[in-house]
Structure formats: C-alpha cells, structure tokens
Design a protein around this ligand. Structure first.
Ligand SMILES: *Cc1c(COP(=O)(O)O)cnc(C)c1O
Length: 369
C-alpha cells in the first residue's frame, strides 16, 4: 500500500507559521504517552507552567497551555471575560485585530473598533483620546501583527491603562519567543500565545496567562462562561495545584513538544534568542537590499520574526512563491486582505531564524527573478 507520509518533502518554512521544528521537539512528540493524571505528567505540567511564566514575563498563577491553536487563546481570552453588553475597545491594524472584533462581537460585547492604517503602528495619542470618551471593560491589541509585520506599542498602551478599571488584553502569538514580552511590567491582564510561531512547536497548543485582576473578574461574572471547553474556572481545576479534577484529556504528546520547545529557548538563553532573531532579521534586510526590495513597515516598528516586504512593480508574487515552494522547497507567504498581492511575508521564527536559511532564500529569489 502506498503511504503518502513517506513522501512529505522537507520544506524550509519561512512564512507566517507554522515555523520549523527542532529535532529535539520532534523527538519529544514521539515519547511514550502516559496518562494525563499520571504524577509524572503533573510534574511536566508544573514545570511547563513555570517555563511559560518566564516567556510571558509574568508571575501570574493562572498560566497554562490550552489544547488548541493560537485562535483558541484568543477565544478563551474573550469568552472568559466578556458578558453581553460589556464595552470592549479593540485597536485594529491588521487581520488579527479584525478577528478580535469578530470574536468579541459574537459574545455580545459592545465593541468599539479603533482602526489604524495597515502597516503602521497603533497611534497611542488616538488611543488616549478614545479612552477619554468612554469607559471600557477590556482594551485589546495585537502586539505582533502577523498580517502586516508591525510591532505595536504594547508597553505604551499599557501605561495609558494603568490606574484605570479596564482589563488589558494582548495577543502575543507571534511575539513570544521572538521579541521580549513583559506582561507584568506592561500591566497586561490577559495574554495568549501560540505554539507554531516563534516557539517552533507544531500547531496545537496555546499558552495563556491571566492576572489576579482578570481571575477576579471571571469570578465576578453574573453569567456562566458560555463555552465549556475554554472555561478557565473548569480548566483551573485540572491545571491548578492541589487535587486535579479531570476536565478534558490534554494532547499529552503535544504538551511534551511544547515543554521541549520552551526548554530549548530557556537553554539557549531567552536574551540570546531575541538577539538571534534581531541579527538574522538584519541579515535578511541586507539580502533584500541587494535585490532592491523594500520593507512595508518603518524601521522602529518592524518585527524581526515577521518581515513584510513590498513586491516591486512587474513581479508576480504568487508565481514567485509557487516556484520557491515547488522548485526550492521554501515556503514564504503572501499578503492578507488589503495587502494581498502587494507584499510577501517572510517569517524568521524560532528554530528557523538562522543566517543560512536567509542565504538559501535570497539565492533562490535571485535565481527566479
Ligand atoms: C497565528 C496567529 C493567531 C492564530 O493562531 P492559530 O494558531 O492560527 O490559530 C492569532 N493571532 C496572531 C497575531 C497570529 O499570528
């Protein structure tokens, strides 16, 4: 019998995710499965939670990996905090900001969408203005906007919110493990991430953290969390300390992989990992300059891990990406929404953030162009 799995090409993933996976993390996936109530698995869970706290820059007790991709983190963040009629301010400058608007709206939130030009960062002055007009239960922003390659001013927005009642919700899916995230210092109350971006884990786990203030707000809800699977009060009974109560069966081997992926970052040294992303981004900038391609985003707001590059006049970016994939086994991504056809997105995330991978890509682009 023919088994297609035998023929999966070794593709160099330099897109917006999934990113490349280290051999040690593949190896972790294949380790013997144990029961999800096994004391040894509990130990792995506890150590994993500690590792995630370091990556989030938090001491939050409620810090766990959800069984699901990054979007489950987004869903959990809103579904646990939003009740019908709650006022939510969403700062939107890309696809993932619009997804937040959709998620919060479905829960019956009264959403105010403050939109900014795609490719530009959120303007903090306009946010301050808006905060003067109304009181919000939640203010939400995507720190690293994967659709545009913009690093939003998450710290500065947090500064605006200090001393207010608003809960600060930050999407750190493409940030974590690539650029510093300091949830506690920035006053972030709810922050979630994803496994398959800079953590270099296969998709399937979404780390999330809630401040004590956010936990209080969940406790003070008038209505039940309208989603059983992502209800943090139920999940805490399994992931929390003390007696573990079965909720759902976590993807045990995926948790091994996430454990290993986090371990790899801490072993390399978290600051060394950030420096490597920065260095490899600069290497890409040099290569792109050689072929005359320019960045979409102004330098101070560029994400080293997700590079958005303007497609020059006369270049068919879809055809370029197709040849890169078919002939060179390199994946990069096109633009989304309004930026489709206008930019390409080059991810240099986690394990794949290496100079040699940039060289392979630039050489291939030169040959094709
Ligand atoms: C990828 C991504 C998500 C969604 O994650 P999935 O793993 O695709 O569900 C959410 N927010 C941002 C900023 C992302 O880059």
């Amino acid at each position: 019998m023919y088994n297609s799995l035998d023929d999966i090409p070794a593709t160099l993933l330099l897109g917006a995710g999934p990113s490349g996976v280290a051999p040690s993390t593949y190896h972790a996936l294949s380790k013997s499965i144990i029961g999800h109530m096994d004391p040894f698995f509990i130990r792995i869970m506890d150590e994993l939670k500690d590792g995630l706290r370091l990556l989030f820059g938090t001491r939050n007790e409620l810090t766990v990996p959800l069984s699901g991709t990054g979007s489950s983190g987004m869903e959990a963040a809103f579904v646990n905090l939003v009740e019908k009629g709650d006022k939510v301010l969403i700062l939107q400058n890309g696809v993932f900001g619009t997804r937040m608007v959709d998620v919060a709206g479905r829960l019956g939130a009264e959403v105010t969408e403050l939109a900014f030009e795609w490719g530009k960062p959120v303007d903090v002055d306009r946010v301050a203005d808006q905060l003067g007009k109304d009181r919000y239960k939640i203010v939400a922003v995507v720190f690293a906007e994967t659709s545009t390659g913009v690093r939003n001013p998450a710290k500065e927005i947090g500064d605006l919110l200090k001393g207010t009642d608003a809960l600060y919700l930050v999407d750190a899916v493409t940030a974590i493990g690539g650029i510093p995230v300091e949830a506690d210092n920035w006053g972030v109350d709810i922050c979630y991430a994803g496994g398959q971006k800079c953590l270099s884990c296969p998709p399937g786990a979404s780390p999330i953290t809630f401040s004590d203030r956010a936990v209080e707000a969940i406790k003070n809800r008038k209505t039940k969390v309208p989603n059983w699977y992502l209800d943090m009060t139920l999940l805490t009974a399994y992931w929390g300390g003390g007696t573990r109560v079965y909720h759902h069966t976590p993807p045990v081997n995926m948790m091994y992989a996430l454990y290993q992926a986090v371990y790899n970052i801490l072993e390399e040294g978290i600051d060394n990992v950030f420096a490597r992303h920065e260095r490899v981004h600069k290497h890409l900038a040099k290569g792109l300059a050689e072929i005359g391609w320019a960045f979409l985003v102004d330098e101070p707001y560029r994400l080293p891990e997700l590079n958005t590059v303007v497609v020059p006049e006369g270049v068919d970016e879809a055809a370029l990406r197709k040849r890169l994939l078919n002939e060179y086994h390199i994946e990069i991504n096109g633009g989304l929404g309004a930026l489709a056809g206008k930019i390409v997105r080059i991810g240099l995330m986690g394990y794949n953030a290496k100079e040699e991978n940039v060289d392979r890509l630039i050489t291939a682009m030169k040959e094709i162009l």
